[in-house]
Design a protein around this ligand. Structure first.
Ligand SMILES: Cc1cc2nc3c(=O)[nH]c(=O)nc-3n(C[C@H](O)[C@H](O)[C@H](O)COP(=O)(O)OP(=O)(O)OC[C@H]3O[C@@H](n4cnc5c(N)ncnc54)[C@H](O)[C@@H]3O)c2cc1C
Length: 476
């Protein structure tokens, strides 16, 4: 008789948990999945899926508003129905969830429970809704929640987070957005296009402080042009009001106020570790998340962790990747090391800002003057001209010998465009080698072709034999 009820119990079934369950059951293991809410997690219910659905509605409204640019006159005959926008986003969420329903996992033989409180009794026992269950291995993938900053009075005013925004029936006329990270910036642009007057309040000197400074500044300019107000170096200190929220912030040594009909808090995330009774199992954690080693094993040898609850990157695709590494390590004899050398991501503003690798500043700091930066503006690209999508810049940062160190693309379809060069970077293929790839015309991939050609010309110019011939010619 088996010593434990399960081979693997998964606590938290968002992107990481679902990936882990599918892998474990595929390996023939007795698998259990427990979630305190519904399967699908943040990404499906209150994160990637509804936000991208709302962004697409906002983008459509923006295109309609600019229809004249394409030779189409709507004679003012369109209006944004916010109730329908949110309803349509919820429709998208339900469609995605239909692939993640409990019954789907049960059909695969997985023990699957939703709306269940789970906490550790010891390193091999979990209590689920008051019933003890045992497992050889565990995966903790409980995700993260919106962090609420210590602003006086914030607990007394009604504010939104990503957990409540997408269930709104009606959007407020104006909104303060606290925080200019990816969630704040994506929502600022979308809400503004849906007719909400948006003011962003950001402590730092720039939006998206982790992005390449030049790209973030370009995006901020586009947002300003569309009507989003951004207050920089503004630290929120107090919130008050009911129908109208007043936010007091510190700026330039003094106190100032801004007011709006709504407040969206998008000021970072905190890992979901509360209520798991991790102490009983001996799992160490801190305010940044659960402590793991390079095999994603916690401080207890049979307990692994993956996803937002671990970090360092809080993205769905990283959660999926970590889940594969952690589950393989938990169930198979050969141990994989987690590596974050080639992580790509995209901020889904319009235009999108996509990135992989080092910023120009980071590359210069680690490689000195030997870096090469190939810049291709969108306004020289035929496809961008045809689409009237001139805004944007792509920047490819290489080492002196042509190795790709960083890719930054701000512009139409940046998220898709990134991956050709990201794949080359991940596989150790130098940028100039993409010069020999025939790209379809007219596509945005012309940007890559042009950058690769610049890199190729550079390579030829720096070839010692070519340089010698040039020197000899000059001498002659
Ligand atoms: C507005 C927004 C937009 C986003 N957009 C993107 C995007 O475009 N691209 C991208 O890559 N990422 C995006 N993200 C990030 C992405 O949603 C997360 O990185 C991803 O969901 C993390 O997956 P996870 O499996 O670690 O956690 P989650 O998906 O959060 O899943 C955790 C699960 O654990 C459950 N749980 C929590 N505590 C317990 C407990 N004690 N017991 C049992 N179950 C528990 C929760 O109910 C949840 O179902 C976005 C996030 C937000 C908020």
């Amino acid at each position: 008789m088996a010593r434990y009820d399960f081979d693997l119990m998964i606590i938290g079934c968002g992107g990481a948990g679902i990936t882990a369950a599918m892998l474990a059951t595929g390996l023939g293991k007795r698998t259990a999945m427990v979630d305190s809410k519904r399967f699908g997690g943040e990404c499906t219910w209150t994160g990637c899926v509804p936000s991208k659905a709302v962004i697409q509605s906002a983008r459509t409204a923006h295109r309609f508003g600019n229809a004249k640019k394409y030779g189409i006159d709507l004679r003012g005959k369109f209006s944004v129905r916010c109730d329908r926008v949110m309803e349509s986003a919820r429709g998208v969420v339900n469609a995605v969830y239909s692939g993640e329903e409990r019954t789907r996992f049960e059909r695969l033989g997985i023990f699957a429970v939703e709306s269940a409180h789970a906490s550790f009794v010891d390193a091999h026992t979990l209590t689920v809704n008051g019933k003890n269950m045992t497992s050889d291995k565990f995966l903790i993938s409980t995700g993260s929640s919106p962090a609420v900053p210590p602003v006086k009075g914030l607990d007394k005013v009604r504010f939104f987070t990503n957990e409540t925004l997408f269930s709104l029936k009606k959007l407020p006329g104006s909104m303060i957005i606290l925080g200019a990270g990816p969630i704040g910036v994506e929502m600022a642009m979308a809400l503004n296009r849906l007719g909400v007057k948006v003011t962003m309040v950001e402590m730092g000197r720039t939006i998206l402080p982790r992005e390449d400074g030049e790209m973030a500044a370009m995006l901020a300019q586009i947002m300003n042009r569309e009507g989003v107000s951004i207050l920089y170096e503004a630290r929120a200190v107090q919130a008050s009001g009911a129908a109208r929220i007043v936010l007091t912030y510190e700026s330039g040594g003094g106190l100032r106020k801004t007011a709006a009909d709504g407040l969206l808090v998008a000021a970072g995330r905190k890992p979901n570790t509360d209520g798991l009774n991790l102490e009983a199992a001996g799992v160490s954690f801190n305010p940044k998340g659960i402590q793991v080693d390079r095999h994603l094993r916690t401080t207890v040898k049979n307990i692994y962790a993956a996803g937002d609850v671990v970090g360092p990157y809080q993205f769905s695709h990283v959660a999926n990747y970590q889940a594969i590494v952690a589950t393989s390590n938990a169930l198979l004899p050969i141990k994989k090391r987690v590596s974050y050398r080639h992580v790509a991501w995209c901020t889904f503003t319009d235009p999108e800002l996509a990135r992989s690798g080092l910023t120009e500043q980071e590359a210069a700091a680690s490689n000195g003057r030997r870096i090469r930066v190939y810049r291709v503006p969108y306004d020289g690209i035929d496809r961008a001209a045809a689409d009237r999508s001139h805004d944007g810049l792509a920047k490819f940062i290489c080492s002196g010998n042509g190795k790709i160190l960083g890719i930054h693309i701000l512009g139409e379809r940046a998220g898709e465009l990134l991956h050709e060069v990201h794949a080359a970077k991940s596989l150790g293929i130098k940028l100039h080698r993409l010069n020999s790839v025939i790209h379809a015309y007219p596509t945005y991939n012309d940007i890559i072709r042009i950058a690769a050609r610049q890199a190729y010309v550079d390579k030829i110019r720096n070839n010692p034999a070519v340089r010698l011939v040039q020197l000899l010619r000059r001498g002659k």
